[in-house]
Ligand binder design. Structure first.
Ligand code: GRF
Length: 217
């Protein structure tokens, strides 16, 4: 057990969650998954977490009068579990400003674009519609504005002429599963320092082979 406890928040299939759980199982990884929390009892990822013996918790949104009340219930569960870092992984709910402030610099998200380009939903379709040549994914600290916040790690993915939203999403997802554990490692090791809207990382050089995936000839 590494002692640095993280929580993963999901609403759906949880493939990034599974990548984080797998990374945390490695002996030299500096974090442990203390909790998987969902806002949907039917999120398929919950079964994956249970199969890995990770405690799960569901907070159904229907039971709460306001976003703030729902988020306060989440904070109670997360703080009660001794969590130091919260990883949003396909958590399909906007978070209140209160929640973002309570967990400032202890709350990160993964997004399937090279932020700050293509915030929001349906990004794969929108990237193809815009004709961009290079896509990618980003792990960033969360601020109250959607898909805003200091960038921790990114990977780039080349777009192919025959890409569909699904084929592009699949290639980006492979990179998501690499960069999310890396971002958690950097934070858990105390090497990521957000300040002034960007993140300084101690003793780190970005693996060059990650710049374009697949690599260009
Ligand atoms: C991923 O594409 C992630 O970037 C976005 O939501 C999706 C979640 O997928 N935020 P999964 O549930 O981790 O498989």
């Amino acid at each position: 057990m590494a002692g640095y406890k993280i929580a993963i928040l999901i609403s759906g299939r949880g493939s990034n969650m599974a990548a984080l759980i797998q990374a945390c199982q490695a002996k030299d990884f500096p974090a442990d998954v203390a909790l998987v929390l969902s806002n949907r009892a039917d999120a398929p990822g919950l079964a994956v977490a249970r199969a890995a013996n990770i405690p799960t918790h569901t907070i159904e949104q229907g039971a709460f009068e306001s976003r703030e009340a729902f988020d306060a219930a989440m904070t109670e569960v997360l703080a009660g579990a001794g969590v130091r870092l919260i990883c949003l992984a396909g958590f399909m709910r906007l978070l209140s400003a209160d929640f973002c402030h309570r967990w400032r610099d202890s709350l990160i998200n993964i997004h399937p674009s090279l932020l700050p380009a293509f915030k929001g939903l349906h990004v794969h379709q929108r990237m193809l519609d815009a004709g961009v040549r290079i896509a990618g994914c980003t792990v960033h600290y969360v601020r109250p504005e959607m898909d805003e916040g200091p960038i921790l790690v990114q990977a780039a993915v080349a777009i192919a002429a025959d890409d569909t939203p699904d084929s592009l999403a699949a290639r980006i997802l492979e990179q998501e599963h690499r960069i999310y554990p890396l971002a958690v490692r950097l934070i858990a090791e105390g090497r990521a320092r957000p300040a002034g809207g960007i993140v300084a990382i101690d003793n780190y050089s970005f693996p060059k082979q990650w710049l374009i995936n697949p690599p260009l000839d």
